[in-house]
Design a protein around this ligand. Structure first.
Ligand code: HPA
Ligand code: ZN
Length: 362
């Protein structure tokens, strides 16, 4: 399950460590074999081999995934892959399959992204998508004991109007209702191409959502420089997805540390999308030294070939962190989660217990 070179004891510890995942796109969990299976079940045509030879077979597609040249190169496959999802049970099964794997790898709390705009554009109803994912989340909560949160992403390569329509649909459906009850969708995010679309594209939506008390995050500082991170904070994001280019702006890094903004770092994704040459180039050490809170995440595991445990092991292999540093990382993930104090304390207790268990071993 994990090809890294970390020792058996470290692997056992990182596996047992209660983890939170805050940056995984459910559509990024569509494995190549499932893409072909669902395409056939739902009569969806994938590109023909003459249009795109990568779609000749499961093997050629998997092979092509190992050679992404950039974020946009990856996205061109990601947006094709998700077109095979059609029914509520397709969405529910996809979410359930992710949660099962995450649970096996020691995830206790998962905040997962989904991208409705592409589904709506091709005629899938908003409720089909949301109800399917909610079904997967509820099953994970009851059968696996994982706590879950859904984060709806707006796509930066599409016009603002499309995002506004989606936002208003979610409001009208009551899914973003934060008053008095647990909302169906716990937060909003922004993903897709970074360099190109205006940095402030979703500002009106974010400002409106902020007034309603809705949790806000945004992909920033992945391919784009630190000014994208600043723009995300200025429009109300309290969490940053990726954020690795924060190190280029020490003053902003100090602010992020002071304001306890969580970065959801995805080290293997960064390597696969050529943002860095190796996991060792991801600024994990700099963030630890500067007191910047971050979690470690898989992003699109079916495309990048690594689920969360492998991402943790890759970080250990590159940085040789101490038990105390891993404790801090795990605790900061809990503190930055969009859950109540009671669940946070429960998870912090489990982390403490696990670290104590390994103190004599590592
Ligand atoms: N960046 C931006 N958009 C995305 C990503 C990513 O890493 N993964 C899926 N959509
Ligand atoms: Zn992402």
């Amino acid at each position: 399950m994990c090809p890294s070179d970390v020792s058996t004891q470290w692997h056992a510890f990182l596996s047992a460590l209660p983890k939170c995942e805050h940056h995984v796109h459910l559509e990024g969990c569509l494995e190549p074999d499932l893409i072909f299976t669902l395409a056939s079940k739902n009569n969806v045509s994938l590109p023909s081999p003459s249009e795109n030879p990568a779609y000749t077979s499961i093997e050629t597609l998997s092979e092509r995934y190992g050679h992404f040249s950039s974020l946009d190169d990856f996205l061109s496959f990601y947006f094709i892959g998700m077109t095979v999802l059609k029914t509520q049970s397709d969405f529910a099964e996809l979410a359930w399959t992710y949660f099962k794997r995450a649970h096996e790898e020691g995830v206790h709390h998962a905040e997962v992204f989904f991208d409705p705009q592409v589904h709506l554009e091709r005629g899938v109803a908003y409720r089909t998508v949301v109800d399917g994912y909610v079904q997967g989340c509820k099953r994970a909560e009851s059968e696996l004991g994982i706590s879950t949160r859904l984060i709806m992403c707006f796509l930066k390569h599409l016009p603002l109007q499309s995002a506004q329509d989606l936002y208003h649909t979610a409001l009208k459906e009551g899914d973003l209702d934060f008053e008095g009850r647990d909302p169906v969708i716990h937060g909003l995010g922004a993903s897709s191409s970074e360099v190109g679309p205006p940095k402030d594209l979703f500002r009106p939506i974010y400002l409106s959502a902020k007034e309603r008390g809705i949790n806000l995050t945004a992909h920033a500082g992945e391919e784009g420089d630190a000014s994208y991170i600043l723009a995300a904070l200025e429009k109300g994001a309290t969490r940053i997805d990726h954020g690795i280019r924060l190190v280029e702006d020490p003053a902003l890094m100090e602010r992020i540390a002071r304001e306890e903004v969580l970065l959801t770092v995805c080290p293997v994704s960064n390597v696969q999308l050529k943002c860095v040459k190796s996991v060792g180039e991801v600024p994990i050490r700099k963030f630890l030294d500067a007191g910047v809170r971050f979690s470690i995440n898989s992003d699109d595991p079916a495309y990048f070939g690594a689920y969360i445990l492998e991402c943790y092991c890759a970080v250990q292999e590159a940085f040789g962190l101490s038990l105390a540093e891993w404790k801090t990382i795990a605790e900061n993930g809990v503190k930055g989660s969009w859950i109540g104090e009671e669940r946070k304390n429960e998870l912090l207790g489990r982390i403490d217990e696990c670290v104590k268990r390994f103190e004599g071993v590592l």
